[in-house]
Every structure is written in structure tokens, then in C-alpha cells.
Design a protein around this ligand. Structure first.
Ligand SMILES: *[C@@H]1O[C@H](CO)[C@@H](O)[C@H](O)[C@H]1NC(C)=O
Length: 308
């Protein structure tokens, strides 16, 4: 089969979050505000950690990396969506679609791996407080972050390249607000068997692998915390993971709801709303969850404000 003869669609229509014209100004304002808050919140985290020597610890380096990933993550989807609402055009080119697929896969998976790395960091901090500095030395930290980048780049590249095999010849309407893998596959006129097979094997192993790693780390953390004799000590140890645990719960809760079900039972309308939760709301909340519950970041923030 010659796929060049079949590929006749070079542009797609993104239906967006809502098809009602009267809702567009509201959506534009809402998403612009959420985008700006996300960029500023995460930039604050990156700058605070970069400039404050008290925050030069592995946990904060990982958090700064998570903020970089979150900025990339939200910038993959929201600017294009705002552009489409603003210009009144729903068009997205094939190339832009592939770029969105690649960067979305990359940053979603990077968030996923960094959350696992952060869980490991908390485990070492709580279970081996005396050896924390040597076990989590800067070489290991760089290795963990670099390893996450390598694995996620491979993952995103694999699924994006598999999509380039497909032909698009039928209706070119994507009932979503960005080129997400499932909605994009559902409008292809080629067999998507290999794509779904890879999602359900490599994708599930990669994402669930990191999730299982996070769950295992937390099981060990809870066991270690329960062994601490004083109630005060228990609370103190566990409160250092509270923020991380909140972020993990929101991220995986929404992700599981969207992806871990068969393609046939995939409801695009429902998925759109849940997708907003983890593509926009999670990156926006991360800096707040970490800074509001965190004494060190609050101190840095109030020092900055007092200098103004
Ligand atoms: C990401 O993590 C590495 C390794 O810990 C660290 O050297 C680097 O500074 C971090 N990146 C940012 C933006 O903080």
C-alpha cells in the first residue's frame, strides 16, 4: 500500500472545548489567566530555587525541574488553543499536530518520571536521614534527571513516529482542544492496531512503571514513618511529603480516568474536561501546592517581597 496516495489531509480542525460561539470570550479569558498564572508560578519556583542557597537540595532541584516540565507541558496546548479562539480559526496543520503529539508526550511523561524521582528522594530522606547527603549526591541527582529525559524522549518519539505511518483521508475534525493521541488516532483511515498495541504495552509499562515505583516508595515511607516513636516526629516526617502526595494524586487520578480504558469506550466529550484538569490545572497548581505548604519557599517569598 502506498501511503502517499492516501494522505490527502494536511490540515485539521480542532473543535476546541466548546462549539458555542458565545462561550468563546469566557474560555479565552479563563485559559489566558490560567496560562499566565502557571507561567508566573513556575517561574517563581525556578528563580527562588536558583537564587536561594537554602533551597539548593535535591528535593528543590527536582521541583525546579518539574516546574520547567510544567511550563513546557502547558505551553504545548494552551497557546495554540488561545490562538485558535482569538483568530476564530480552528485550523491546525499536520506538522503542528505532530509537534503537539511529541511535546505533549514528552512533558506528560517527564512529569510522571520526575514525580517518581521525587518520591524516591522523599523515601531516602525519611528512611536514611543520616546518609541522605551521600546517597542523594549531585551526581546521582543529575543521573536521575538525565535518565528521565532520555526515557521520555524515546517514549514521545516512538509514539509520534508511529503516527507518521498513518493516513488521514476522511473527516479531518478533531473533537478536542489539541492534537491528543487518542482523538487523533480515531480519525485516521489506516489501521491503528500497532499504535494502540504500543500504547497499551510500552505506554502502560512506562507510565504504570513510574506510578508503581511511586506507590512502592510511599509504602516504604509509610512503614518508616510508623516506626518513628513520637507522634510529633511522625507528623514532621510525613508533612514533608504532603505536597508531593497531593500532586501525585491529582496527576494520576485524572490520567487514569482518561487513558486506561479501551479506545472503543473513549468518550471524547468527557475526556476533554478531564484532560483540562491534568494539562492545565495540574501544572498551575503544582507551584501553589509546593509553596503554600512549604515553610522554606514561604520564607524566600517573604524575603523577596520585603526587598521590593
Ligand atoms: C534539574 O536537576 C538537576 C539535577 O539535580 C540540577 O542540576 C538542575 O539545576 C535542575 N534544573 C533546574 C532548572 O533547577
Amino acid at each position: 500500500m502506498d501511503k502517499r496516495n492516501q494522505t490527502s489531509v494536511y490540515e485539521f480542525l480542532l473543535l476546541g472545548l466548546s462549539e458555542h460561539p458565545e462561550q468563546q470570550p469566557f474560555l479565552f479569558g479563563l485559559f489566558l489567566a490560567m496560562y499566565l498564572v502557571t507561567i508566573m508560578g513556575n517561574l517563581f519556583i525556578i528563580l527562588a530555587i536558583g537564587f536561594d542557597v537554602h533551597l539548593h537540595t535535591p528535593m528543590y532541584f527536582f521541583l525546579a525541574n518539574l516546574s520547567v516540565s510544567d511550563i513546557g507541558f502547558i505551553s504545548t496546548t494552551v497557546p495554540k488553543m488561545l490562538d485558535n479562539i482569538g483568530s476564530g480559526s480552528k485550523l491546525i496543520s499536520y506538522g503542528e499536530c505532530l509537534a503537539q503529539l511529541y511535546f505533549f508526550g514528552l512533558f506528560a511523561d517527564l512529569d510522571n518520571f520526575l514525580l517518581a524521582v521525587m518520591a524516591l528522594d522523599r523515601y531516602v530522606a525519611i528512611s536514611y536521614p543520616l546518609h541522605y547527603a551521600t546517597r542523594m549526591n549531585s551526581q546521582r541527582c543529575i543521573l536521575l534527571v538525565a535518565g528521565s529525559w532520555v526515557v521520555t524522549t524515546f517514549h514521545a518519539l516512538l509514539h509520534t513516529l508511529l503516527v507518521t505511518r498513518l493516513s488521514f483521508c476522511g473527516p479531518s475534525i478533531i473533537p478536542h482542544f489539541f492534537c491528543d493521541l487518542y482523538p487523533f488516532l480515531s480519525i485516521s483511515c489506516s489501521s491503528t492496531h500497532l499504535n494502540t498495541l504500543m500504547i497499551q504495552t510500552e505506554g502502560v509499562i512506562g507510565i504504570n512503571g513510574a506510578l508503581i515505583f511511586t506507590i512502592a516508595s510511599y509504602t516504604c515511607i509509610i512503614t518508616a514513618v510508623l516506626r518513628i516513636p513520637s507522634a510529633n516526629g511522625k507528623w514532621k516526617a510525613f508533612s514533608t511529603c504532603g505536597s508531593h502526595l497531593t500532586v501525585v494524586a491529582i496527576f494520576y487520578g485524572t490520567l487514569t480516568w482518561v487513558y486506561f480504558r479501551p479506545l472503543s469506550s473513549y468518550s471524547v466529550a468527557q475526556a476533554r474536561i478531564v484532560t483540562v484538569m491534568y494539562t492545565v490545572v495540574t501544572p498551575m497548581l503544582n507551584p501553589f501546592i509546593y509553596s503554600l505548604r512549604n515553610g522554606d519557599v514561604k520564607v524566600t517569598f517573604s524575603q523577596w517581597v520585603s526587598k521590593l
